[in-house]
Design a protein around this ligand. Structure first.
Ligand SMILES: C[S@@+](CC[C@H](N)C(=O)[O-])C[C@H]1O[C@@H](n2cnc3c(N)ncnc32)[C@H](O)[C@@H]1O
Length: 353
């Protein structure tokens, strides 16, 4: 089992860093202090240093019982300062850079090992009107005569929903594309979306299903989308949305707790609910940005296992995932469901002027 930077085993993941004891932004560091994660290290230091300082500086006053409020404030400071210093030392060794995970390599291996996983998860998710996520995504696509590029198409679940379209899928996972071809979905091209094997202004629409939150570097990917999309062309994107309070939140909390993390990590976390802002910064005109909650039944252990399989968990040790699988298997029951909040963003390029 791997050890963490301080030489102790990370009790959440069994690895060097985990989202519950590491931080990237100052806000996360502050939360670690508030949640008491630094206390185990900082408390003994504060106890020893604070007691020594208080005895040396305020001992006589306290023993003579002549202490005032200011004496006790100083005693408190004697304990607080070493606590803060020791916490800062603890946190300094647990800072991770935002892009510490080698995402492209992880994603390539993940999708080759689990072809069709995103489709498997979403095809059984429905909203209140019994509509499925991919149907919702494709509704705004313009006339069927334009060439539609499915960016990071995976197993190409959109292909059958656009039977008359001039459709082309691009993805870098051989496993995903083999599944797409075996299902008669094509044409597909193996390639990286940050270097699309397509000419300028060649497509009339781009469909980005569940991918902009994982494609890196996102700036390069969006520049490529702009290059291949003709002026006035449409982009429809489907991305995960944040969980808000409501029914089902407890279910996701249970899943995350079983895995020992606070939330699922993404390569581009901002390319979810802040996607419209990102697209505008890249010169797109955003037409709509809508959130819809789909739900999927977690009715048996198989569905619970599929759910875990469908999460990107680059920093979680396999034995932790196994433990979570066992925990969630007994929780899964007919009629039990989890919400999948998704955001659909429709945007277009300005017509060349
Ligand atoms: C969450 S899946 C979505 C797949 C598909 N659009 C769907 O909805 O089922 C993300 C896809 O992005 C692909 N991918 C990730 N990075 C890529 C890259 N740099 N170039 C091409 N494909 C990439 C993966 O292989 C995977 O198929």
């Amino acid at each position: 089992m791997a050890v963490d930077v301080a030489g102790e085993v990370c009790r959440h993941t069994g690895r060097q860093m985990c989202p519950r004891c590491s931080w990237t932004r100052p806000r996360e560091a502050a939360l670690l202090v508030v949640r008491g994660r630094t206390a185990r290290t900082a408390f003994p230091v504060a106890l020893v240093v604070g007691t020594v300082l208080s005895l040396v500086n305020q001992g006589t006053t306290i023993v003579a019982d002549t202490g005032t409020t200011s004496t006790w404030v100083r005693v408190a400071v004697n304990y607080a300062v070493p606590f803060i210093v020791a916490s800062v030392g603890y946190l300094a060794g647990r800072r991770t850079s935002a892009d510490a995970t080698p995402w492209p390599r992880y994603l390539a291996r993940y999708h080759d090992a689990r072809p069709g996983i995103t489709e498997l998860l979403l095809e059984q998710a429905t909203d209140r009107r019994a509509e499925q996520p991919y149907e919702w995504l494709l509704e705004p696509l313009p006339g069927r005569h334009a060439v539609i590029l499915d960016l990071a198409c995976g197993s190409a679940p959109t292909r059958e929903l656009l039977p008359d379209a001039r459709w082309l899928g691009v993805d870098f996972s051989a496993g995903e594309l083999a599944l797409a071809m075996a299902a008669g979905r094509g044409p597909v091209v193996r390639g990286r979306v940050e270097r699309l094997p397509i000419g300028e202004n060649a497509v009339g629409a781009v469909c980005a299903a569940m991918c902009l939150q994982v494609l890196t570097p996102l700036d390069a990917v969006l520049a490529e989308v702009k290059r291949v999309l003709r002026p006035g062309g449409t982009l429809v994107a489907l991305v995960p949305s944040r969980m808000w309070f409501g029914r089902g939140l407890l279910g996701w909390w249970r899943v995350m707790r079983a895995l020992g993390i606070r939330s699922q990590p993404w390569p581009n976390p901002d390319a979810r609910d802040a996607l419209p802002k990102i697209l505008r910064a890249h010169g797109f005109i955003v037409d709509t940005s809508e959130r819809r909650v789909f739900r999927r039944e977690i009715g048996d252990p198989h569905a619970a296992a599929l759910l875990l399989d469908g999460l990107y968990l680059p920093d979680i040790a396999p034995d932790r995932v196994e433990a979570a699988r066992a925990a969630l298997a007994s929780w899964a029951l007919p009629g039990r469901w989890l919400p999948f909040p998704l955001r659909r963003v429709v945007a277009h390029l300005p017509v060349a002027g």
